[in-house]
Design a protein around this ligand. Structure first.
Ligand code: MLC
Ligand code: AMP
Length: 497
């Protein structure tokens, strides 16, 4: 039996007594115990009728069992589909409808709502919760701790990660065992991660960064992880002296820098600070070096491609650049598919084993974004230096990145435009000191008595908190160019803080 991802990430640790996950409640899960727990959960999945190729949806707290569930999904050949815990019931309903999972695993507190959503489609629901009393954990406790790993080849799907899109509909990026494993291997080597490392993990585990970049590299290397529920500055500062690595979004670094306790001495034992998912300001890079004597290593990636480029581990980490294409990954800068002269700005396109298999149930979208020659059109605008170094200079796609979360204005505009009393809206991002960008909505009213508070209440149940506009600006008309297109650049300029 062979299973590409399981054999590389999990099986080698069956006898490894080293610490894998050090959790907030003080419990420490060794690698060997983790492999046994994953097998117990794999047995529960199989008992619940999950078969190879079935999707399992996970909207659950950040727990050791949630990661063991990832291992179990790989071991059973199921497709792991993690969702942001901030998604509302309305959003969840879309994902469940689109992915037709065999099983949904949710936080125990959401079980009633999720069961209601799943009842019609005859989808099973199990729970995980922080007290370890969720039905999945309880069933796993008495399940056998060995499992006959299901055969999976490199091209079989391991995960389905939804990413929002310019059309307003989220797209499920299909990631194969090879996509995940190839990238994890390259990153582990590139960043020289070993079993001696201890990673401070404070990212969510439902996105590429916290799930694949962080977990898969540590699994390959056999490194330890201080598994922290969420960004908690006091906890992170207290863990730094015992750790060697931190992976975060730029907000992590601006928050650390705004705390006087974050010093060069505190960081003396740290060997790697990785930033990604959003642009790291050059001033943050410089301030970080001045404060700690260390340079943040910025890398660039996407849900569809895993990681694409990285600054060097040994060698210049240049502020404002995302480094070089990773081994096995090709990057071209194009204008409508044709490579631009070196140094010119164009769209970043990428090809390699890291690039996904297409969008779930969306063959047309796949054809639009994934060329038949294998290059994926990222929608990011960049330049390539003479030595191959990539800089990101903007985005062709209408997207806001807030604290590392991607937000597509169209999705929010669709919700706003559906509200009785709103004739049209334009959603855009403005600079925000903590989140990089914040979401703002310009709204044209049909019904002048509609207030910002009433709009906010209306969207509360429809959109995850991080997507909800922080401010509503009531306008008589949206600024448009001669073609009738809304000029978001004008709005961004006008309402810049
Ligand atoms: C939280 N809030 C946000 C937000 N995060 N609002 C906008 N954008 C965000 N990112 C809301 C909260 O719900 C709360 O709302 C208010 O803002 C203040 O919350 P907080 O306590 O300050 O936030 P915190 O819990 O500290 O979270 C901030 C954060 C977190 C930046 C630490 O968002 C985070 O961990 N982001 C990482 C996202 C990530 O993993 N991205 C990777 C995607 S993969 P209220 O109304 O209650 O006050 C990818 C590919 C790649 O992009 O290259 O990696
Ligand atoms: P996601 O769709 O959530 O996977 O986010 C991917 C997007 O995040 C990319 O297309 C980029 O726009 C952005 N991104 C990721 N890393 C960086 C980075 N280092 N600098 C700038 N943007 C980044």
């Amino acid at each position: 039996m062979t299973n590409t991802l399981y054999d590389a990430l999990f099986a080698p640790h069956a006898q490894n007594q080293a610490a894998f996950l050090e959790c907030d409640d003080g419990s420490v899960v060794s690698y060997a115990a983790f492999v046994r727990r994953a097998a117990q959960i794999a047995n529960v999945l199989t008992d619940a009728g999950v078969a190879a190729g079935d999707r399992i949806v996970i909207q659950a707290p950040k727990l050791a069992d949630t990661i063991a569930l990832y291992g179990a999904a790989v071991q059973t050949g199921a497709v792991y589909l993690p969702l942001n815990t901030a998604y509302t019931e309305a959003e969840l309903s879309y994902f469940i409808g689109d992915a037709s999972p065999a099983l949904v695993i949710c936080d125990a507190k959401d079980a009633t709502a999720v069961s209601r959503l799943c009842a019609d489609q005859n989808i099973k629901v199990m729970t995980l919760d922080i007290d370890r009393m969720g039905s999945l954990s309880v069933a796993a406790n008495t399940a056998p701790d060995t499992f006959n790993t299901v055969d999976c080849g490199p091209d079989d799907l391991a995960a389905l990660l939804y990413t929002s899109g310019t059309t307003g509909r989220s797209k499920g990026a299909m990631l194969s065992h090879k996509n995940l494993l190839s990238n994890a291997k390259v990153l582990t080597e590139h960043w020289q991660i070993t079993a001696s490392d201890r990673l401070i993990h404070a990212l969510p585990i439902f996105h590429t960064h916290g799930l694949f970049v962080a977990m898969n590299t540590c699994l390959i290397a056999g490194a330890s992880i201080r598994f922290i529920d969420r960004f908690d500055i006091d906890l992170i500062l207290s863990e730094i002296p015992q750790s060697t690595m931190l992976m975060g979004v730029p907000t992590f670094y601006t928050r650390l820098l705004s705390d006087a306790r974050f010093t060069r001495e505190l960081c003396a034992g740290m060997r790697l600070f990785v930033s990604g998912s959003a642009p790291l300001l050059a001033e943050t890079h410089t301030a970080f070096e001045t404060r700690t004597g260390q340079k943040i290593l910025e890398r660039y990636g996407m849900t569809e491609t895993n990681m694409i480029t990285s600054n060097p581990f040994d060698g210049p980490r240049v502020a404002g650049t995302v480094g070089y294409p990773l081994a096995g990954t090709q990057v071209v800068i194009t204008d409508n598919g044709t490579p631009v002269p070196q140094g010119d700005i164009g769209v970043i396109e990428v090809k390699g084993d890291n690039v996904f298999q297409g969008y779930w149930n969306m063959p047309e979208k796949t054809r639009e974004e994934l060329r038949s020659n294998g290059f994926f059109i990222t929608g990011d605008l960049g330049t390539m230096g003479a030595d191959g170094r990539i800089s990101i200079v903007g985005r062709e796609k209408d997207m806001i990145i807030s604290g590392g979360y991607n937000i597509y204005p169209k999705e929010i505009e669709d919700v706003l435009n559906d509200i009785k009393g709103i004739s049209e809206s334009a959603v855009f991002g403005v600079a925000h000191p903590d989140f990089g960008e914040a979401v703002i909505a310009a709204v044209v009213l049909e019904n002048q008595s509609l207030t910002a508070d009433a709009i906010a209440v209306h969207i509360e149940l429809l959109l995850a908190n991080f997507k909800q506009p922080r401010q509503f600006i009531m306008l008589d008309a949206l600024p448009r160019n001669t073609m009738g297109k809304v000029q978001k650049n004008v709005l961004r300029y006008e309402y810049a803080p």
